[in-house]
Every structure is written in C-alpha cells, then in structure tokens.
Design a protein around this ligand. Structure first.
Ligand SMILES: [Zn+2]
Length: 292
C-alpha cells in the first residue's frame, strides 16, 4: 500500500529542557517572513549574500518562541506570542498539556505585537483568565502613553501602541510592573535590563542547582547577520544605538559565562551556546535530547 497523504504541517512544536529543578518548555509560535529589510545601514545585497552563505532565505524568516517555566508547580509563561488567530502558541501550550487556567503569571520581555498580542483573543478578551501580567515599569508606561509616538505618520508605530494598549486592557488590576532594583520579578526568575530594542526590554536568567539558562528576548532577530555584525542597527529597535550596546553586552555575557541561551527569535527550540571569535560570535545549537 502506498501513502499519498503527504503531511503539510509538523507535529506540535513543544520542547522540554530541565534546568536543575526547573522545567522550561519551549512553545513555538510559528514563523513569518519579515515584509521589509530590517537594517538601516547594511545593504540588502550584502545581507542577502550573508543569508545565502548560511543557507537562509530572504526575505528573512522570523521564528517566534514563548517559554513555559515550571518552578515548583508554579507556571509562568514568558511572552505570549502573536495571537490574532495567526500565532501557534496557544495550540502548542494545549499540546504541551498545559491548561491556560493554570498559568499564574505571564512575564514579558517587552511589549511588541509578536510578544503581547497573544495575551488576548481576537474579540479582545483575556486568553489567560487567572494570570497576572508582569512587565518592566519603564516598558509599560512607555507603551501605555500614545504621546510617546515619535513619528505620527508611521502607521506601524501607531498600530504598535494601539495593539499594546488593547492587549493590556482586559487585565486591568492584574498588571504588575517591576523596577530595575527588583532582582526577581517572579521568584526564581532573575531580570537583567537589556534596553534598546524597546525602552524597558528585559532578559531573564533562570538558575537552579548550578544550572543556568538565559532567555534573551529580542537581543537577536537573525543569527546569520547579527552574530557576524552585532553593530548593525535594526529598524524594529526603538533606540537602535542602545540596542547595539545591549546586544554586544549580552553576547559577551553569554560567551564569557558559557551560558546556555535561548531567545524569542532563535530557531526552535533555540537552546544554544555562544562562542566569541574576535569581535564576532558563533551560535552552537545544543543537540536534541530525547529525555530530560
Ligand atoms: Zn520580537
């Protein structure tokens, strides 16, 4: 008997990794093509050559991940994905056997549509009915105030503010902000300020029994270009100069400490190590583990 029924999608994309006593589950939110060239100074021609050299396609494909962190039975979701009926985070959370009712906290690296639209259904209601939403204070106040729009003729910027405010609206009293002086906004999850991509962009360090994992948010969007040229300024960054400093600081930190890292836009599941090579960096993906 022949099988002519060729699959068109993968099985649910969920991957578990134990960090000491903590379980981190990577939840794929799917991927999408960037509809624009994202660098200010790097020409598209040179960029395409760099992508091709790494067997990557152009337009750049942006993979998105969210992370479930289980610390002693308390469930935190780090970033909520794109939502809008497009992102696959919600179906993959369910596939991982996690009920959205059991998510106690949604902790955010920053506020951007691909990280926060997943907080709400398309009708504007809460996806996570029992969760508090935790976000860095500067980040929250920036996006909740539309007078921070720098270029009113930029439709995407205005839309980002509008979507941010809609995503938080149904959580009202369940929103908790934290300042830079608070080391652990959620018990067991350390915050490290990483501004630039957005004003209060924050990365998170998870540590248990001597094992560590750095979840670096949007420090990197594309490894083929940004590890070779971390100094390239990115259009999606609210403050590109600060984002470059942060990118290099976080990459140096990861390489220097030999940290296991992952990120929202590293290719699923993203667990990798970083090696520094002069003023460039190399990503070394961790091998797939069949058991935890
Ligand atoms: Zn992003």
């Amino acid at each position: 008997m022949s099988i002519n029924n060729h699959p068109v999608v993968q099985v649910p994309a969920v991957y578990h990794r134990r960090i000491g006593d903590i379980t981190v589950t990577v939840i794929s939110d799917g991927h999408s093509e960037l509809p624009f060239w994202p660098y200010y100074e790097l020409s598209e021609d040179i960029g395409k050559e760099m992508l091709q050299a790494d067997f990557e396609t152009s337009p750049i494909v942006l993979n998105t991940n969210c992370f479930i962190v289980n610390i002693q039975g308390r469930i935190t979701l780090i970033d909520a994905g794109l939502g809008m009926g497009i992102g696959t985070a919600l179906s993959n959370i369910k596939a991982a056997g996690i009920d959205v009712q059991d998510i106690a906290t949604v902790l955010l690296t920053h506020i951007h549509p691909d990280h926060t639209n997943g907080l709400i259904h398309t009708d504007g209601t809460r996806v996570f009915p029992n969760a508090e939403v935790v976000v860095q204070e500067t980040e929250f106040s920036y996006w909740m105030d539309s007078s921070n729009i720098s270029n009113p003729s930029d439709r995407q910027e205005a839309a980002n503010f509008q979507m941010a405010q809609a995503a938080f609206a149904p959580y009202e009293s369940r929103i908790r902000t934290f300042t830079s002086s608070e080391k652990e906004p959620v018990p067991g999850i350390q915050a490290i300020a990483a501004p630039g991509h957005t004003p209060g962009h924050t990365v998170y360090l998870i540590e248990s029994k001597g094992e560590k994992l750095l979840i670096w948010g949007d420090v990197i969007h594309n490894t083929s270009i940004q590890l070779q040229r971390p100094e390239e300024k990115v259009i999606m960054d609210v403050c590109p100069e600060v984002a470059v400093e942060t990118r290099i600081r976080i990459l140096d930190f990861a390489a220097g400490e030999q940290l296991l890292v992952t990120g929202m836009h590293l290719h699923f599941p993203g667990f990798s190590y970083i090696r520094k090579d002069k003023d460039r960096y190399v990503l070394l993906p961790e091998k797939w583990k069949p058991s935890l």
